[in-house]
Design a protein around this ligand. Sequence first.
Ligand code: SAH
Length: 363
Amino acid sequence: MTPLFGHLVGRIARDGPLTVAQFMEEALGNRDHGYYMTRDPLGARGDFVTAPEISQVFGELLGLWCASVWQSMGSPTAFRWVELGPGRGTLMADAVRATRKVEGFHTAAQIHFIESSPVLKEKQRETLGSVGMTNGEWHRDISQIPDGPVICLANEFFDALPVRQFQRVVGGWRERMVDLNETKNGLRFMLSEHAAKPHFIPDAVQGAPDGSLVETAPTGMRMMHTLAERLVKSGGAALIVDYGHAVTSVGETLQAVQDHTFAEVLADPGEQDLTAHVDFQALAEVANRTGATCTTIMEQGTFLNSLGLPVRARQLAAAADSIEQGRDTAARIDRLTNPAHMGSLFKVMGLSSPELVPLPGFE
Ligand code: SAH
């Protein structure tokens, strides 16, 4: 068992079973043994690969999206260029490169990264430095971003935040918990013996049949609330890209990935990535309540194409040094946009202060 397991045994013995969200918080964010706190999990040699690590066009197009939003804001002389959970910093570096020629944009941009992992923070500092950006600032929380208009990107951030799970049983909903197994040498799921508070269950699934499981993401909701409130107050926009569903629905999506393969969720706490699909409808409802405006939820493939991906793909094909390189570039772009790969599972939602509607790519 993993070093984190010993800690979980102690915590469960003391406090009783954990909610799935508490388990995820420990597995991913425990200061000493949490998955993200102790390693760089990205890339071919890591556990998983994300869009910016697949192709530079992803960060380039998102960067140009930001520049276009900045212009529609009247090109303010200073703004907060924010990214939530920047991983290795690759997306921002590509965004920076792609926007070099946008006059005044870099001078106005103050980069702010929201990041919890000390390992990735160092990696991000290095990556930003490699494109000449040395004015980055790091924060633990969105509320710490200093005053001023905000343009924010988040790719595969919300899927890494903890979810609670509730199961419908005869007579009501019960929360799914994580407990020690009978021989105390592993973990198991169990249902709480108490009924879940009704307001924990989204309205859309209240009538679901017995056996149904629903996931909610309280931390993600809180962060979305803070972000949306800030956009309304200071002006600005955000783009959220993640895999998930456009409409709140039942179904278990929590999954573990280790070395590019699916694994048992409870098998190896702290050593495997845990993610859950993002409920975009729930995020939009939270944002709307603050007065922010949300776009429709678009599929990643459609969105990237609407930002001009085919043009950029042709430029890269023409610039390729060899036939192999050209093919590799095309295959990577296809992976981002093809509905059989990431093109339709991944969704994109924009949100902004109301005066910035319509946002680029969603017109
Ligand atoms: N956006 C990057 C990385 C995605 S992985 C990419 O597309 O490649 C998730 C990122 O979110 C990592 O950087 C991780 O350390 C960070 N993260 C996870 N939970 C967080 C939290 N609660 N607060 C801040 N950052 C978090």
